[in-house]
Design a protein around this ligand. Structure first.
Ligand SMILES: Nc1ncnc2c1ncn2[C@@H]1O[C@H](COP(=O)(O)OP(=O)(O)OP(=O)(O)O)[C@@H](O)[C@H]1O
Length: 262
């Protein structure tokens, strides 16, 4: 199913956090949202996983207006990995991953054999089987992040939204998690700060600046030195990856006469 944000605006206490945001994620595609701190990326995602109701505009999944669905219906169709996704309760890794099936179950209905096998497969892909019986509170930040990715994947959603999924992950796990998003043919909207990972992982990229989309297109169309300068205030060189051809943004920590760091 595709995901479509149509002229979404969010205002809170008179402050306009997202303005007139339109974005389409075609079925099976990965779209990245990038932008400086405070530009509205998480706010936009919150509208998709219904933590926030847009002040104006609509969010549609497969043509269905999200606000017309029950919370249970949308919980089955949209999985979210948020920045506040952890728990203070010391469930085991296995238990937290299994919670991803909750929107598909009634009350305390136990997992079926097929669901247990799905959880095992996903944990295996995320290098979590050896941690299955560990309490999540004893895990490292990166291990915990992988548990949350696994929980979102076992939900088998139509649309997956992720807010900085590579937080805390070492480079191997960053590459593995993003490759998984691409390979799974999921419809994905993902916030990333690392422009090079965004270029590698995303079919298209939307750039948010002060609550507005200021550029949208393929990584090659969007990630230019001019855009990095205008939106992030940083001088950078953009080169083509020697193997994949995707844009790679290079910075150096040298002060310029204008006082910027490049
Ligand atoms: N409930 C709220 N009331 C007032 N302002 C808010 C509220 N929630 C968010 N904001 C502000 O809205 C702006 C956008 O926040 P948001 O979390 O969407 O940014 P972001 O692009 O995800 O930032 P970051 O890269 O730092 O995670 C920020 O300036 C934030 O302080």
């Amino acid at each position: 199913m595709d995901l479509r944000l149509d002229a979404v605006s969010v205002a809170v206490d008179g402050a306009s956090l997202v303005r007139d945001l339109s974005l389409h994620v075609a079925r099976g595609r990965v779209v990245g949202l990038i932008g400086p701190n405070g530009s509205g990326k998480s706010t936009a995602l919150r509208c998709v996983y219904r933590a926030l109701r847009p002040t104006r505009g609509t969010v549609r999944i497969g043509g269905d207006d999200l606000s017309a669905l029950t919370l249970r219906q949308s919980a089955r169709r949209v999985a979210a990995l948020t920045q506040q996704g952890g728990s203070d309760l010391d469930f085991t890794v296995e238990e937290v991953v299994a919670l991803g099936r909750a929107p598909h179950k009634r009350g305390n209905e136990p997992l079926t054999g097929a669901e247990r096998e799905l959880c095992r497969r996903v944990m295996d892909r995320l290098d979590l089987l050896r941690l299955a019986a560990r309490g999540v509170l004893s895990l490292s930040g990166g291990e915990r992040q992988r548990v949350l990715v696994a929980r979102a994947l076992v939900q088998e959603p139509e649309v997956l939204v992720l807010d900085e999924p590579t937080n805390h992950l070492d480079i191997r796990h960053q590459v593995e998690v993003l490759s998984m998003l691409r390979d799974d043919e999921l419809t994905v909207l993902v916030v990333l700060h690392d422009l090079n990972l965004a270029a590698a992982a995303c079919d298209r990229i939307g750039v948010l600046h002060q609550g507005r989309i200021v550029a949208e297109g393929s990584p090659g169309e969007v990630l230019t030195a001019q855009l990095v300068r205008d939106v992030f205030g940083v001088e950078a060189c953009v080169v083509a990856h020697p193997v994949t051809g995707s844009p790679q943004v290079l910075y150096s920590l040298v002060s310029t006469p204008e006082g910027r760091w490049t």
